[in-house]
Design a protein around this ligand. Structure first.
Ligand SMILES: *Cc1c(COP(=O)(O)O)cnc(C)c1O
Length: 431
């Protein structure tokens, strides 16, 4: 596969952008390659500047549940664009978007739009702290909630891959209120609440974590978080930036039958444009400026074009509930294919799947916490990644990233992927 043009652009990029990329995972550093620069994408396929075609399982890290360039998502975008790109004063599209989210998501009454998932979680923490009058926050090792200071402690994917559990530049004073527990560990959370419950403003959690590979939260664990936060009057925040509108149109409250007090969104709700949102119960959200004393603002928050595309996405998902069944069936087909490959090759690797999200771990045993998955054989993953890429399959360039399926993936795509998976596993394990 020829990557001459990508290499050329990368060389120039290195001069003007730190590491040549605007988000670390794109550097392909953990797999020992240089980044691909993309020219275009359509449906399930993505094309680099050298004209190579790949079946795409990154899907922009989750937003593109309907595939690249979906017609329903982009419908009317040109007219909307020509009406202006940003006004700094409200539009009715923002109201429609907020209504869609609130009506879809059990447990939240109001929602505030922002421009990224990072902003959403950061702002949710502020609101939760103000509402409870407490300072401590509790998060789980391997969960990623964006890169705001207080949350950049033992976070997932990028930070796991690069072995920087806590970033430089985050003062100890800032994270001294951040408590970290092991994911899915009920005993540890209970003990931490016993010791600090009176000071814990909120618990923030990915109900299905997509940032240490795919590690699903157990229902018993999520239910315990609900019970403890109720008992200690802490705010329970579901970080649904990946899972929102991915697990189903009702997201985690529907999937687990458990409602949080607040929820954060991003990725899918922007349909590929920069969007985030945080929502919660009236008594919490009414603390936010201009109603209350919690300040939070954004020049491009609720941007009309982003809202328009996000609204198209959510409306499509709402009107086509069969999408989720279809996605699950496809995902199951791929899962079965990969499991069959593993069996044929006599390999016993851990694999996880929830709906259209996957994890394949280069280790044996269970994958229920970061402690479990940290034992993955990264060298084998790297060989696997390169072999998949050379066969035209693009997966996340790191062991600790989840794989995303879209409705645009065809049966032919899946069959090609299963075949490539067989070859790449064979190669990685010298079989
Ligand atoms: C991607 C992600 C974020 C951060 O969103 P950005 O838009 O990248 O800032 C937060 N939480 C989770 C669970 C994510 O996967």
């Amino acid at each position: 596969m020829d990557h001459t043009q990508s290499e050329k652009i990368y060389e120039e990029a290195l001069q003007y952008i730190p590491g040549g990329v605007n988000s670390p995972v794109r550097a392909f550093k953990s797999v020992g390659l240089n980044p691909l620069f993309i020219d275009r994408a359509e449906g399930s396929k993505i094309y680099d500047v050298d004209g190579n075609e790949y079946i795409d399982y990154i899907c922009s890290w989750g937003p593109l549940i309907l595939g690249h360039g979906n017609k329903a998502v982009l419908k009317g975008i040109e007219e909307q664009l020509l009406k202006g790109t940003s006004y700094g004063v409200p539009t009715s599209i923002e109201v429609e978007m907020a209504k869609l989210i609130v009506e879809a998501y059990r447990g939240i009454d109001k929602v505030r739009m922002v421009s990224s998932g990072t902003e959403a979680t950061m702002s949710a923490l502020r609101a939760a702290r103000a509402y409870t009058g407490k300072n401590k926050i509790l998060k789980f090792e391997g969960c990623y909630h964006g890169h705001s200071d207080a949350l950049l402690v033992k976070s997932g994917s990028g930070t796991l891959t690069y072995g920087v559990p806590t970033s430089l530049g985050v003062p100890e004073d800032v994270i001294k209120h951040t408590l970290v527990c092991r994911y899915n560990d009920c005993d540890e959370v209970e003990a931490v609440f016993k010791a600090h419950g009176a000071d814990i403003a909120c618990v923030i959690v990915e109900t299905i974590s997509g940032n240490m590979g795919l590690v699903p939260g157990r229902k018993k664990f999520i239910q315990l978080l609900r019970d403890l936060t109720n008992t200690y009057q802490s705010v329970l925040i579901f970080d649904e930036v990946i899972t929102g509108f991915r697990l189903g149109y009702g997201s985690s409250p529907e999937h687990f039958d458990i409602e949080p007090d607040m929820a954060c969104f991003g990725k899918i709700i922007g349909g590929g444009l920069p969007v985030g949102a945080y929502g919660g119960k009236n008594e919490i959200m009414d603390m936010i400026s201009p109603l209350g004393p919690v300040y939070q603002a954004g020049t491009l928050s609720g941007n009309p074009l982003a809202m328009y595309v996000g609204k198209n996405t959510l409306e499509y998902l709402k009107n086509h509930p069969e999408v989720y069944r279809e996605l699950s069936e496809k995902a199951k087909y791929l899962e079965d294919g990969i499991k069959n490959n593993l069996k044929q090759l006599g390999l016993d690797l851990a694999m996880t799947r929830v709906g259209s999200l996957f994890g394949l771990f280069f280790m044996t045993g269970k994958a229920e916490s970061y402690d479990d998955v940290r034992n993955c054989d990264l060298e084998k993953f790297n060989i696997y990644f390169k072999e998949m890429l050379s066969q035209g399959i693009l997966i996340g360039p790191a062991q600790f990233e989840a794989m995303f399926l879209s409705t645009a993936h065809t049966k032919e795509d899946l069959d090609r992927t299963i075949k490539a998976n067989y070859n790449a596993l064979k190669c990685a394990y010298n079989l």
